[in-house]
Design a binder for this molecule. Structure first.
Ligand code: ADP
Ligand code: ADP
Length: 225
């Protein structure tokens, strides 16, 4: 589904990614783990076209998307949930979700998609008319994922969805990610927390100083850890 080959990204003379190759198969959840500064966010931003690759290629469903504009992302079938729960704090949960419906479609279809998100995160149904800045961190993360879902992606790019959240909330979020996979939406997740990544993902890549140091099935990693 996603095929990355020999991807290089630099910020000035800082080489953030130095020849990354990575695959995400259809209905497979993949995690990228690594310490702070390893290049995890850069990888997602490069896939999304927010930062430019110096060399290498990104293919999605057999189509080259290297160098495409970030605005083109939604029509490609990718949706990025950046680090830091980017939502509109002064708008309600309902409004935030509706804003995610970036691809033009029928009101009823949007309502159905919103319903699906509320079924996935029932707490958001209770908070539906509340302003987003009144939500807890976990609820805001659920809202950020829910809003990304309104773009109807086939692949979600999640940047540290568990950051700063209680284990119970993280478990709920990852449960939702797995449920989405069963509906045909898969995920590439960047995580600093190794345990969480390994338990959520089918396959894991370890990123270190801009290169893939290791990769394999998460179950095997867990066994060796
Ligand atoms: P903001 O401060 O609003 O996040 P910036 O443009 O300063 O906006 O940064 C965008 C992102 O890039 C941030 O996540 C920030 O942490 C990261 N960033 C910017 N400069 C550096 C740097 N020199 N080293 C590491 N990360 C950086
Ligand atoms: P991670 O997400 O794994 O913490 P990043 O992708 O944010 O890593 O950063 C990878 C490297 O690129 C780090 O050395 C970081 O300092 C640098 N970096 C990230 N963003 C910027 C930026 N906007 N400008 C300059 N350097 C950056």
């Amino acid at each position: 589904m996603l095929k990355i080959r020999d991807l290089h990204v630099s910020y000035g003379n800082i080489a953030a990614l130095r020849g990354i190759s990575l695959d995400v198969g259809k209905s497979e959840i993949v995690a990228v783990i690594g310490p702070n500064g390893a290049g995890k966010s850069t990888l997602l931003l490069a896939i999304a076209g927010v930062v430019r690759a110096r060399a290498g290629s990104v293919e999605f469903d057999g189509r080259a998307i290297t160098g495409q504009q970030p605005e083109a992302l939604v029509t490609t079938g990718l949706s990025l949930v950046p680090e830091g729960r980017h939502i509109f704090g002064s708008l309600s949960v309902a409004e935030n979700l509706r804003l995610g419906a970036t691809v033009r479609r029928d009101r009823q279809e949007v309502a159905r998609d919103i319903d699906r998100v509320l079924a996935m995160f029932p707490i958001l149904r209770e908070r539906y008319r509340q302003r987003a800045n009144k939500l807890s961190g976990g609820e805001q993360q659920m809202l950020a994922i829910g809003r990304a879902m309104l773009a109807r992606p086939r692949l979600l790019l999640l940047d540290e969805p568990s950051l700063g959240l209680a284990p119970l909330i993280v478990a709920q979020i990852y449960e939702a990610v797995r449920a989405l996979r069963d509906q045909g939406v898969t995920a590439l997740i960047v995580e600093q927390n190794v345990g969480r990544a390994l338990s959520a993902a089918d396959r894991t890549y370890v990123l270190s100083s801009g290169v893939i140091a290791m990769s394999g099935k998460s179950a095997e990693f867990a066994g060796n850890a």
